[in-house]
Design a protein around this ligand. Structure first.
Ligand code: TYD
Length: 140
């Protein structure tokens, strides 16, 4: 079972008019076919979202306005925090990674590209279940 977390720097097309970033499916920047897009905004102060992992889903997260922090935990227990605070930065999360989204600024808009249609069956929402699944992955 795959588990990856990787920060991605998007190249900008900037000129005197401002900046533009273009992303396409199946490239180094978005290494999957985009089947779904969702965005999180108007987040209540202090809220922590996410608190789950996925079996197969791949996602690229971009804070296109404002800022938020993504907390990740890998199957081997390694934890990392990624502050997304500018539209030219993305975070790729693939598969069995426990992730929380927190510290949203008032103006935060977190845009997410996803590799699959919404499927509740792909979610692991119980942390103990996640850790048990990690033990199986770590033994493989
Ligand atoms: P939820 O999984 O709680 O969001 P988060 O992980 O960001 O905290 O989703 C909130 C609601 O939105 C829940 O009823 C499921 C629904 N939803 C969809 O219908 N489609 C989607 O693509 C997503 C991400 C959520």
């Amino acid at each position: 079972m795959l588990a990856t977390v990787r920060e991605i720097q998007f190249p900008q097309h900037g000129d005197e008019r401002g900046k533009l970033i273009a992303l396409e499916s199946l490239t180094e920047l978005v290494p999957f076919d985009i089947k779904r897009v969702y965005y999180i905004f108007d987040t209540t102060p202090g809220t922590v979202r996410g608190k789950h992992a996925h079996n197969v889903l791949k996602q690229v997260l971009i804070c296109v306005s404002g800022a938020c922090t993504i907390e990740c935990e890998m199957p081997n227990g390694t934890k990392s925090e990624h502050r997304l605070d500018w539209p030219d930065r993305g975070l790729l999360i693939e598969g069995l990674v426990w992730h929380n989204m927190k510290d949203f600024s008032k103006d935060a808009v977190l845009l997410v590209f996803a590799s699959e249609h919404y499927d509740e069956a792909d979610y692991i929402r119980n942390y103990d279940t996640f850790r048990r699944m990690c033990e199986i992955v770590n033994d493989e």
